[in-house]
Design a protein. Structure first.
Length: 280
């Protein structure tokens, strides 16, 4: 009888978890479905309530976006800014975390605990001083301005993330490589980096997503030639009306690269960090 009650409770708990999971899945998928479906609907059909689930798709929004607009330039600018920011941040963050690992003093270990204090400062508070600084050194309107800004904002978090992973690497592994004649740079490139694949994958997803979707600094530090996607899509929102067709089509295309990166990096996230050292 007791076993039957436990089985019933377990099944009830499983049903509740499945219902919650289904609700969370709907909460995630429905907004994406609305955006993607609206990109294929006529403008008048977007305003129907309730919306039609079955409709005749059109491609005029994508044609206007890709052939009669500057969307390709916005996409190129976002790719340049995001890839440069991600590469620069992960390289410096990994090097900084490796330096903290080699630091023998207690100060080096405490630095990693205060790196996230900078993330607590609202971004809007540093916008005006940053704009004045970039304007003084004649970087406003260039790719370098948003790249440096986003890299500085993401670097403390990436360093903290890498420090947590590197701290779990056995010191004996690094010391044995040094005894074999491997330099510190060689240890970093041949041992540390391969073991940091899960951390690097996490950093790529987070930094790429934040730099790809960033609007505040890009709006102030770029110009018509260097506008990224976020600023370009915001230009479709007028003072009186909104071009929902272009906005939906642009949002659909903008989602694709981040989704692809997430699926590609997923296999590195589930791998064990020190699995390579154990197998080697």
């Amino acid at each position: 009888m007791k076993h039957t009650r436990c089985s019933v409770k377990r099944n009830l708990l499983m049903i509740v978890m499945l219902v919650l999971l289904a609700l969370f899945l709907l909460w995630t998928i429905i907004p994406i479905y609305i955006v993607v479906s609206n990109s294929f609907r006529k403008t008048i059909e977007m305003k129907l309530m309730p919306p039609k689930l079955i409709f005749e798709p059109i491609f005029s929004h994508y044609q206007k976006l890709l052939f009669f607009d500057r969307f390709a330039i916005y996409f190129r600018n976002s790719a340049i800014i995001s890839i440069s920011t991600t590469t620069f941040t992960i390289f410096l963050g990994s090097m900084a975390a490796y330096g903290l690992k080699l630091c023998k003093s207690s100060i080096g270990r405490r630095i990693s605990n205060v790196l996230l204090l900078g993330k607590m400062v609202p971004s809007i508070t540093i916008l005006i001083p940053l704009f004045i600084l970039m304007n003084r050194i004649h970087l406003t309107g260039t790719y370098l301005a948003p790249i440096l800004t986003l890299s500085c904002l993401s670097l403390p978090f990436v360093t903290w993330l890498m420090t947590g992973f590197i701290a779990d690497i056995p010191n004996e592994l690094i010391e044995s490589a040094g005894l074999e004649g491997c330099s510190r740079i060689g240890i970093f490139s041949r041992i540390i980096i391969p073991l940091l694949k899960p951390a690097i994958a996490s950093a790529i997803i987070l930094v790429m997503q934040s730099s790809w979707n960033e609007l505040l600094f890009s709006l102030q530090l770029t110009n018509l030639k260097t506008y990224p996607l976020t600023v370009g899509i915001a230009r479709y929102v007028g003072a009186v009306s909104v071009d929902w067709g272009k906005c939906s089509a642009a949002a659909t295309i903008t989602m694709v690269p981040i989704i692809i990166i997430g699926f590609f990096m997923q296999k590195y996230l589930v791998s064990g960090m020190t699995a390579g050292a154990v197998k080697g």
